[in-house]
Write a protein that binds this ligand. Sequence first.
Ligand code: APR
Length: 248
Amino acid sequence: MEDLIKKAAKDLAASKDVVALTGAGISVESKIPPFRGKGGLWEKIDPMEYAHIDAFNKNPTKVWNVLLKDMKEIIDKAIPNDAHKGLARLEELGILKTIITQNIDGLHQMAGNTDVIEFHGTYAWHRCMDCKNRCKSSRIDLTNIPPLCDCGGIYRPEVVFFGEIIPPEHLWRSRQLASDCDLMLVIGTSATVQPAALMPHIAKESGSKVIEINPEETPLTESISDYLILGKAGEVMSSIITELERLL
Ligand code: APR
């Protein structure tokens, strides 16, 4: 792995326009479980039964009780780990422009990155299903489930449930960034959910270098990634930043 760390540091130092695509794996070391693989949430509960918009509309109390309540408690306690901090450092160094994240935990912004596309929305805000009033997550009171707006309507997090569309402005801008970047860092994603998983393909087709960081191979590894650095995002990112600062 040592020489791949050195290679990644050199590639990043030579790049002018780096974009990162991140997934749940980058927040695992912040104690937020991933969805798939070891300890994955979808190994325990069926996403179609609890994370689909039709399921939420049919029984919001059930979805709040089984999925959303615990998720809020985990996210409220989470803090950025070395991987998030490494990406914030890359922005400070003028190397990383934008993060396209599939995560809803807000940890990239908390670590200091200023241009983050929240491809699957965010848990930071909730919206009343009736009057559309928006409420910060920290002000959502979970003593009663489901949480209700003053108008009596039910609150839902501003995340993209299965069965909902990606906000068009996020999709369009992400495609643009993927085709314009000269290097895409793909960190902690199983690359199985579309259209997010399309971004590395677009980057590759536009001639960008694609570097993956993941403890295991993904569908990108074979034909899209230039190389995969096998390891945990926190450890790998801090080693890359150490090497990069030596070069600069
Ligand atoms: N460091 C880096 N990667 C890790 C780590 C770690 N410490 N631990 C696990 N991983 C990797 C796993 O090997 C896997 O490839 O992170 C990935 C997590 O995959 P998923 O749980 O599928 O997360 P993600 O790819 O973000 O899922 C995409 O699916 O359910 C929807 O909306 C949800 O945004 C999510 C989307």
